[in-house]
Design a protein around this ligand. Sequence first.
Ligand code: NAI
Ligand code: MG
Length: 499
Amino acid sequence: MDNIAKTLTKYQMFIGGEWTDSESGTHFESDNPYTGKPWALIPRGNAADVERAVAAAHQAFTSGEWPKLNATKRGALLRRLGDLISEKSKALAEIEVRDNGKLYAEMSAQTAYMAQWYYYYGGLADKIEGHVIPSDKPDTFNYTRYEPLGVVAAIIPWNSPLLLLAWKLAPALAAGNTMVIKPSEYTSASALEFMKLIEQAGFPPGVVNVVTGFGTEVGTPLVEHPRVAKVAFTGSDATGQKIYQAAARSLKRVSMELGGKSPNIVFDDAHIDNAVKGVISGIFAATGQTCIAGSRLLVQDSIHDAFVEKLVAFARTAKMGDPMSLDTQVGPVTNRPQFEKILKYIDIAKSEGAKPALGGTQATRPECGDGWFVEPTIFTGVHNAMRIAQEEVFGPVLSVIPFRDEEEAIAIGNDVVFGLAAGVWTQNMRRAFMMSERLQAGTVWVNTYRAVSYLSPFGGYKRSGIGRESGQEMIKEYLQTKSVWISTASEVPNPFVMR
Ligand code: NAI
Ligand code: MG
């Protein structure tokens, strides 16, 4: 044990501009999903560390340099951070891959692209304009200001840690807030490495803080802390509900993105080879561990058998193995509990009567070593009422459900509690527009899948979430509106009647 501990990379938390151990002085291990073995020691924070971090963030919000910086200067800091991310994107991607097992091919592109959120919101920082209200009262001048909220808590999951942090941190800082970040206990290293860039960019101490640890030990006290003004969360439906309830007790604002069970709908008039690729990208890219996974394939019954045959033939060739190799297509699952959850859902699907047309087991290929790998799995014979069609698996498991016509595709597509995304594959323009209108989802892709941008609002209908991320409008989720009234009258009128 001592020998292992010596070879592990030991991290510290980042609070008030200082690198620090947790108050308890203890650590927990973070695993590399490809080897199935620990590689890092992460400080195990608790309520005392949350207290320190929120105090630092509150102090940075109310005094010192940060509140005095004008919006243009805040924007310049964000753009400098964007430049540093661009320079260090490969190193950040390597940390992400080591800790969460996603493909380097995808993560290196993602960490480079992530800089755009900091550039975009850096540019937006000084373009948030209040209004002069055409007052109906005599001798008054009324205008609005958009002001920051205060300390924002960001609670981050393990699937795309730095990107999902960027979606929250960039607009929150552009708006003038300060932040306490709680990364996932499975993937805390990248947020800590990222704090080196925050330091280098020159953000004043306390503006951005990271407390590492577990959901109940760090997440709960953070959400309950009276000085936290807003909680921005991405993660599971169950945890989202707990956070919403806890936040309600102190009337905190929340924004949440809680995953989905998105339909990827293929009509018989689709360009079939493109649709096959689109379905693959929706469920096997990132090993299916994405909130937007197209985990239900709805395929028109006239092409069902031929389409499934092509899909299975394509998926069968997917190369598994080391996520750092550029030719690997399906990597490991990020953590052991998730690996076990996926295998449990595969068993549930089988017991419900679904038939595996591909996979349906743990992957024991030699190139998978001791890592947590699951074979790309395609179930046919699925009915939309089955649990495998209703519940988020968050793994490489696709359910194929046939449909007859447009009406049935819409009915099945919308018949889940979630509404994050949907895909439609058709060459008919009327059908494309009509489906985009009638699918209850925050994002609809037609003849493409898994496209996201800093320019475009992203979020969920129904139980997939509250609020939006990215795009111009959403910066308002990190601002509050103040209405200012100034009298130009020389005398105060009758004080006993409302003005
Ligand atoms: P989770 O939702 O429990 O964890 C997300 C974050 O919330 C982590 O930082 C965690 O420490 C924190 N957290 C947990 N309990 C908390 C509490 N009571 N108060 C405050 N913070 C708390 O997700 P988990 O357990 O890692 O994954 C479980 C499932 O969640 C997956 O199987 C998948 O279905 C879903 N998921 C969805 C994601 C999405 O992008 N929407 C991302 C990751 C997981
Ligand atoms: Mg890990």
